[in-house]
Ligand binder design. Structure first.
Ligand SMILES: Nc1nc2c(ncn2[C@@H]2O[C@H](COP(=O)(O)OP(=O)(O)OP(=O)(O)O)[C@@H](O)[C@H]2O)c(=O)[nH]1
Ligand SMILES: [Mg+2]
Length: 452
């Protein structure tokens, strides 16, 4: 996703010798144009960007540094040209959000992700299931709501989405919710019926904000449909989903420059934590392959209890890090969302990480089996694996799809890894964990035949 400008483009730019000025600039601009168009950036946006970069570079004196800086500034300009970012609270709670978009764009998932985002910020959130078109839609939102422990309003007997939304608003007011998020039905394509329905709902509900959920995989279509929604219904922000995987990231630039509505959030995976505030400077850093340490720190600080991570660090130092702590750390990492996304936030890592881009920490067979093994141990055994006798080991190994030799080996490796981490310790739990992980997965790591 964020490799738009960082990979092939950067290689080419690095090859251009910015000595013979004008010619070098022309070649660099040509390369940039190709890259932008390939990344699905709207042709008007591309033109605008090229003009800006050319002008800026010339002003500062042609060179590779000034070219890249001009590019960075121009990208930031485009992305900051329109209003708000993130979530804006109304002065009169509840803040009411109407989530709109085409079928399958990610509305329902985004409603829940946004609720989760707000809940982590200590807001009282009510979800409302007002998509009555699809049979399973209410059930889907109910399940998501229960997974993040957020309240939901639904009424399976009522056939009118407007009535449901209004009831939810009443409830949200009465019970002093901070935010109400209303999920709506989508259509395959824009039609008058959908537009009429949504306009009607908007009029009656009088939401503080209407968000348009755009699927970034739909490329140029995302820009077109967002424009139509803006014209016909009036939208206050765009949430760009599926901005992970093989997305041509240019769609973010096109929407910002062509629709004239701010991009508010990005959906970067299927899981609940995979939603981030669209902050132009940070996105540009990532587009340029410079990472986003601030964003990463913010993400981890919400999830990681500082006291807990200090405690873990202490344990590692004393060589007391055990399977209980390990399991806890693994679960914490899960809350951070998709690994791919995290990688793009660490400076330089996305370039280095060719091989581990697809690494799915949580679902790797090794981790799944180790977790299964740890889960079948008692807390006491996790603290001190020596307590397990042969029959316990047999039971645990069969439950985890391993054999006893493998279990013994994992325990031994874990012990070694804990020793190793003790030596290397000093920088907190995450570091301890990653050391440990690489110990366990690296050379001579997991027993052969385990998982693969
Ligand atoms: N990879 C990825 N998948 C996503 C993201 N957001 C949503 N999805 C997936 O997209 C699919 C459709 O999401 P929904 O939330 O059901 O979409 P919807 O717009 O509510 O769909 P309808 O109610 O049928 O109109 C689901 O499989 C989601 O898991 C995202 O940011 N990244
Ligand atoms: Mg839905």
């Amino acid at each position: 996703m964020f490799e738009v400008l960082s990979d092939s483009f950067k290689t080419t730019i690095n090859k251009i010798r910015f000595k013979d000025d004008a010619n070098a600039l022309k070649r660099a601009l040509g390369e940039l144009k190709k890259t932008l168009l390939k990344a699905d950036v709207h042709h008007k946006t591309t033109k605008e960007l090229l003009n800006k970069v050319e002008l800026d570079t010339k002003q500062k004196g042609i060179g590779q540094g000034s070219f890249l800086l001009a590019l960075k500034n121009s990208l930031t300009d485009i992305l900051t040209s329109v209003g708000n970012q993130g979530f804006v609270y109304s002065n009169k709670p509840p803040t009411v959000i109407l989530m709109t978009g085409l079928q399958g764009s990610g509305k329902t998932t985004t409603c829940a992700k946004l609720a989760n985002y707000l809940k982590l910020r200590n807001k009282k959130v009510l979800l409302c299931a007002a998509d009555l078109q699809r049979l399973a839609a209410v059930e889907q939102l109910k399940q998501l709501a229960s997974s993040i422990e957020v309240e939901i309003y639904f009424d399976e007997k009522e056939k009118n989405p407007v009535k449901i939304a209004l009831e939810a608003k009443k409830l949200a007011k009465k019970e002093q919710f901070d935010v109400l998020i209303v999920d709506t039905a989508g259509r395959l394509a824009i039609d008058d019926e959908l537009m009429g329905e949504l306009s009607g709902l908007k009029k009656k509900l009088d939401p503080d904000e209407v968000f348009y959920v755009a699927d970034s995989l739909s490329g140029h279509d995302a820009t077109r449909t967002a424009s139509t929604f803006k014209e016909k219904i009036g939208i206050d922000g765009v949430i760009l989903t599926k901005y992970d995987g093989d997305v041509k990231g240019g769609v973010a630039l096109s929407i910002a420059s062509q629709v004239g509505v701010p991009l508010r959030f990005l959906g970067t995976g299927e899981k609940m934590p995979d939603l981030e505030v669209f902050i132009p400077e940070r996105i540009v850093s990532r587009l340029m392959g410079e990472g986003d340490i601030e964003g990463l720190a913010e993400k981890t600080s919400l999830i990681m209890d500082e006291k807990k991570s200090k405690e873990i660090a202490k344990k590692i130092k004393k060589g007391q890090f055990n399977f209980n702590d390990f399991l806890e750390q693994l679960n914490m990492m899960k809350k951070l969302g998709s690994m791919k996304n995290l990688i793009s936030m660490v400076p330089g890592l996305s370039q280095m990480a060719g091989g581990i881009k697809d690494m799915d920490l949580e679902n790797s067979v090794e981790i799944v089996r180790i977790k299964a093994m740890i889960s079948s141990m008692t807390p006491k055994e996790r603290d001190n694996p020596e307590l397990m006798n042969l029959s316990r080991k047999r039971r645990i190994s069969s439950g985890a799809g391993l054999n006893e030799i493998q279990v013994n080996k994992i325990i031994k490796q874990f012990k070694n890894a804990a020793k190793m981490a003790k030596k290397l310790s000093g920088k907190g739990g995450m570091k301890g964990l990653s050391n440990m992980m690489s110990q366990m997965q690296g050379a001579g790591g997991l027993p052969k035949g385990l998982g693969r």
